[in-house]
Design a protein around this ligand. Sequence first.
Ligand SMILES: Cc1cn([C@H]2C[C@H](O)[C@@H](COP(=O)(O)OP(=O)(O)OP(=O)(O)O)O2)c(=O)[nH]c1=O
Length: 201
Amino acid sequence: MERKPIRLILASGSPRRKDLLNEAGLAFSIESAQVEELSGIEWTARELCLANAELKAGEVAIRIPDAVVLGADTVVALDDRVFGKPADLDEARAMLSTLCGRVHEVFTGVCLMHRESNRVCRFLEATRVQFRPLEDVDLDDYLATVHTLDKAGAYAAQEDNGRLITCIEGLMSNVIGLPIERVLDALTEHFPQTLTPKPQD
Ligand SMILES: Cc1cn([C@H]2C[C@H](O)[C@@H](COP(=O)(O)OP(=O)(O)OP(=O)(O)O)O2)c(=O)[nH]c1=O
């Protein structure tokens, strides 16, 4: 039986998420979610990134109910602390100083939502990341050369080149904002009608 294609929409303004979906060869469009992200010490990192992913997907899915909407949220967790995007360079410096010499976890929550059929698929991926000791890191240089304010935990694994990171256990794509391997599996299982290849240039 022929299946009717369903549009895939990325509910995100993150250039990293756009690149990862593009590299996977998927056809999709972008509609940034207009939401105030949840935060606060009452949330664990796992709860927070899943709740924010659903919030982002839900806001766009209300507007476009016939599409499958992908929302995602990435946070960094150390012990019971949760680091989102730093508010300013002082906070970025404080986050990086705290993360140095330790292993932390990066969680990305993903929510795929199709309102028309009332179907939602949520999952979370965790990756462990180890940082160099503080004395081996030039934080002034790092903060001057890497754009940290739009990144959870104030670092960019995609352009690290060994400056901060000594070891990554798990999916690299998850650290930079979207565990694309798992997104493809979830789309294949739950929403195969979205898997139309993008037109060739
Ligand atoms: C840890 C880490 C995060 N990041 C990015 C991924 C996410 O874009 C960002 C975390 O913030 P998010 O709130 O997850 O996403 P966003 O604000 O960029 O986009 P939107 O809410 O519109 O979807 O941090 C990196 O690019 N590299 C890294 O190494």
